[in-house]
Design a binder for this molecule. Sequence first.
Ligand SMILES: Nc1ncnc2c1ncn2[C@@H]1O[C@H](COP(=O)(O)OP(=O)(O)O)[C@@H](O)[C@H]1O
Ligand SMILES: [Mg+2]
Length: 269
Amino acid sequence: MLLRVRDLSVHTGDTTLVSGVDLRLDRGATLGVVGESGSGKSLTCRSILGILPPGLRNGDGTVVEFDGTDLRGLDERGWREYRGTRIGAVFQDPASYLNPSIGVGAQLAEVLRVRVGLGRRAARDRAVELLADMGLRDPARVYRQYPFELSGGMLQRVLIAVAISAEPDLLIADEATTALDVTVQAEVLDLLADLRDRTGLALLLVSHDLAVVAQVCDEVIVMRDGAVVERGRAGDVLAAPSHPYTRSLIDAHTRYGIEKFRLEEAQRG
Ligand SMILES: Nc1ncnc2c1ncn2[C@@H]1O[C@H](COP(=O)(O)OP(=O)(O)O)[C@@H](O)[C@H]1O
Ligand SMILES: [Mg+2]
């Protein structure tokens, strides 16, 4: 078991925002977390990453265990081995995570120097290689480009490259494809699934859209008002949601995705 979360809760003052969240994730597996906006998905991710917003805290009973280590017991120094290294993360709005006045390749190379300890030249070579791995055509050219010169889908690929540059065991993708159009979203999801299959990366994939996560995930949990209301195999939950709320998360615009998923399931037998 790579990640084990038990009784995760988040509070602010007397208000409980998230409570009783349990989840488990094996190496190479994918868990989807779905729920409408405000259901507690991001606070769950941030709790795992140890980056709750100011004023928010985890309840005393919260357990976050990663590869046998209790992450909640780490100090900032201890976190360095985990956040951004063994646990990578990508969020919505990739542009906001990049410096607008520095080329994207130089920013990726900087991460490789600092986190992986590569020298200047090796970092540059590795950065170009990673950009190519992300399915970016002409990676040497992309390396020299500035964030404003790239589309949202290309920027998200760059951020995924940054997130996986230190070869993490776990990648948390919180609405990482939400801002992208449907076709690009599907491409980025395919990229994540491909990374998982090639590298054994575990994926925690968060979206408000059940059909999106069902394309990539083995298991899903459905959150509402800060709690888990349904869980199961992605295909089962999608085909026969037991909670009416779950049904409402299957967006009309992703019916196409569901049909595609069912077709593929049928083909797999
Ligand atoms: N910094 C904060 N201070 C107070 N409440 C917050 C803060 N961040 C999130 N919340 C509240 O916590 C709940 C869960 O938020 P969040 O985890 O961001 O939801 P989701 O990611 O599912 O959209 C929401 O009701 C939200 O308003
Ligand atoms: Mg969120």
